[in-house]
Design a protein around this ligand. Structure first.
Ligand code: 1HN
Length: 345
């Protein structure tokens, strides 16, 4: 097989014009673009967004654009491979930094894509998801599954900033992305499920009533518990790099149908060299410093920075200070497509 495939230029001009007029195009000149040999050729390029660079721009957005004029006041992290204005960070992952100022509310809506918030800074922010009020503290991971109503509010005194991760590019590709707006939600007058039904790992409400379990029973994953779990695993787990998957406590499945999340601990001085993965990935630094090399590009990162890796990226992470990262990936979607792969380096 193989050999050189014919090009468009091989074909007579009148034939090319006739194909265009008929609304058809020859596959063979494009075959290697849509089906490269051996491995995908991602459009996505590695990206690194230093918080020190993004934060002042976000604060300026707070002065320039009232939340009423923004619905969501967000600066989107644009994939360098797709260029300025790109509304995505990888093929499947949208990332944005959102600012809410004291006293502001972001109106309620519901949409087809799913979102996850990772709280970056500030006290007193909250999200309401289907009537459940979720307090937001630095490092907390809060889900907004597609189809769930959500609005945001801020009862504190300093700006609140969080990182939004959505499967928006998937829904745009499906031509399935849309939202419905509504009034702010009535809030149930009780703590959220992280403080009630799922207060303690390994305990869930009795399965006799499992039929009543919600599809997304746990919405908030408090950072304090995640960090404690990572520290225990780091001390006693045996692996120098501790990594925990965020899961649905009723099913053990990834927290969303499309996107998965892990929390990682990298001790100072340790280098992690994971296998090449078919998933695209983003990393958000909750605390600590270090550097990562993504396909040969070196990123020195500090607290609250975010960086990305395309599919099958060759990656190494080295912490220079004890570091905690959240990893975002699209393995759940790829597995549903029967596709997810890992390759040895
Ligand atoms: C959205 O609903 C939020 O609810 C944030 O905070 C970012 C980006 C695209 C589409 C919907 C939010 C979003 C979004």
């Amino acid at each position: 097989m193989s050999g050189q495939l014919g090009t468009l230029e091989d074909l007579p001009q009148d034939y090319r014009a006739a194909m265009t007029a008929a609304g058809v195009a020859p596959l063979w000149p494009m075959m290697r673009n849509v089906l490269p040999h051996g491995a995908p050729k991602p459009v996505t390029q590695p990206g690194h967004w230093a918080y020190d660079a993004v934060r002042p721009l976000l604060m300026r957005a707070g002065e320039l654009t009232p939340v009423e004029k923004a619905e969501r006041r967000v600066l989107v992290l644009s994939d360098p491979g797709r260029g300025p204005g790109a509304m995505q960070a990888t093929a499947t992952i949208y990332l944005g930094m959102q600012l809410l100022l004291p006293g502001e509310t972001a109106p309620a809506h519901v949409h087809t894509p799913s979102a996850v918030r990772i709280v970056v800074e500030g006290e007193g922010g909250y999200t309401v998801v289907d009537g459940e009020k979720l307090p937001m503290q630095a490092g907390d991971l809060v889900l907004t599954p597609g189809g769930d109503w959500h609005d945001h509010g801020h009862e504190g005194t300093e700006p609140v900033i969080w990182l939004d991760a959505l499967d928006l590019p998937v829904f745009v590709q499906l031509e399935g992305s849309y939202a419905v707006e509504g009034p702010l939600q009535a809030q149930r007058n009780r703590p959220d499920a992280a403080a009630v039904e799922y207060l303690s790992a390994g305990l869930v409400p009795s399965r006799q009533r499992a039929a009543q379990a919600r599809r997304y029973p746990l919405i908030r994953y408090p950072w304090a518990r995640t960090e404690a779990a990572l520290r225990a695993l780091a001390a006693h787990g045996g692996d120098p790099v501790a990594e925990l998957d965020y899961i649905n406590p009723e099913t053990g499945a990834d927290v969303l149908p499309t996107l998965g999340f892990t929390a990682m601990h990298l001790p100072a001085g340790v280098t992690s060299a994971p296998p090449l993965r078919s998933a695209s990935q983003a990393f958000h630094v909750v605390a600590g410093r270090g550097e990562s090399v993504v396909n040969g590009q070196r990123f020195a990162w500090g607290p609250k920075d975010t960086f990305t890796a395309p599919v099958f990226a060759e990656l190494t992470h080295t912490a220079t200070e004890d570091a905690f990262l959240v990893r975002i990936h699209d393995r759940p979607l790829q597995e549903k497509l029967g596709y997810y792969e890992e390759r040895a380096r």
